[in-house]
Design a protein around this ligand. Structure first.
Ligand code: 9D3
Length: 246
């Protein structure tokens, strides 16, 4: 899979692209990531990339020209390619979207800065707008990193032997159960006895219950879309009865 990043701050990506899983995927040739500095497509001795908004108001707007020329410089070999703008006005990124994007051949990620990009870029050249969620960032660069991270780890062979983990976490739409490793007692807190029991059925049931309990307490919104079987529904009914104190 190929990722093209259009940004005014290519330096922000260097450490991210070298490290851990992604660095390994790049080395193995599973992902090809290219940086395009929008400023190098700006004109004039000062290579200006922003300007004041028509109609007035505070803040600056990213000029359409440099972004447009940067975009046209990206080669789009055969295959399915998509232009994505990272913006607070986009659809919040979800795991289902990451899976969908992982089936494409090339993602072209435009990182906005300042108050945003001239609207004519969005209208004519952008296929999809993504946000990370409802909080204010300084620009789209972290968004691009998040997309690359979330999508890359779904590609075949990127996650070494861990690809099973890809399938199960978030796949059923629940929060994970609590994890423990050695030592058995840490700061006076013991590992739940059931996990030391060796009774795999009891462990499975405990973990599922903890998953459901956490999701109910912290992210009840997830339950509407979760894939629940009859056992889950039974556990959930009991948990809800307990929560209502009856
Ligand atoms: C007047 C309000 N503006 C500034 C406080 C709105 C605004 C403009 C530009 C807020 C943030 C930004 C820059 N952010 C992004 O480019 C961005 C972003 C985000 O801010 N939140 C979540 N996801 C994303 S993806 C890109």
């Amino acid at each position: 899979m190929r990722f093209d990043i259009l940004t005014l701050f290519p330096g922000l990506f260097h450490a991210f692209l070298k490290e851990s899983i992604l660095g390994r995927a790049v080395k193995k040739g599973l992902v090809d990531i290219r940086l395009t500095d929008i400023r190098s497509f700006a004109r004039g001795p000062h290579r200006v990339t922003d300007d004041r908004p028509y109609g007035g108001g505070s803040g600056m707007v990213m000029k359409a020209g440099p972004v447009h020329r940067a975009l046209q410089s990206i080669d789009r070999p055969n295959g399915k390619s998509l232009v994505i703008l990272l913006t607070p006005q986009g659809i919040p990124l979800e795991q289902s979207r990451a899976w969908e994007l992982s089936r494409l051949d090339q993602l072209i990620l435009i990182c906005g800065r300042y108050e945003g990009v001239d609207e004519r870029i969005r209208e004519g050249l952008v296929d999809m707008e993504l946000s990370l969620g409802d909080y204010v960032l300084s620009g789209g660069e972290l968004g691009a990193m998040v997309v690359i991270d979330a999508v890359s780890r779904l590609l075949p062979n990127v996650l070494g032997g861990e690809s099973a983990a890809t399938e199960d976490s978030f796949e059923d739409g629940l929060l994970e159960y609590p994890h423990y490793t050695r030592p058995r007692v840490f700061n006076g807190a013991s590992v739940p006895a059931v996990l030391l029991s060796g009774d795999h059925e009891k462990i499975r049931l405990w973990r599922r219950t903890e998953s459901l309990k956490r999701t109910l307490e912290r992210r009840p919104d997830l339950l509407k879309r979760a894939r629940l079987n009859e056992e889950d529904k039974g556990i959930l009914a009991k948990l809800q009865k307990k929560a209502h104190g009856s």
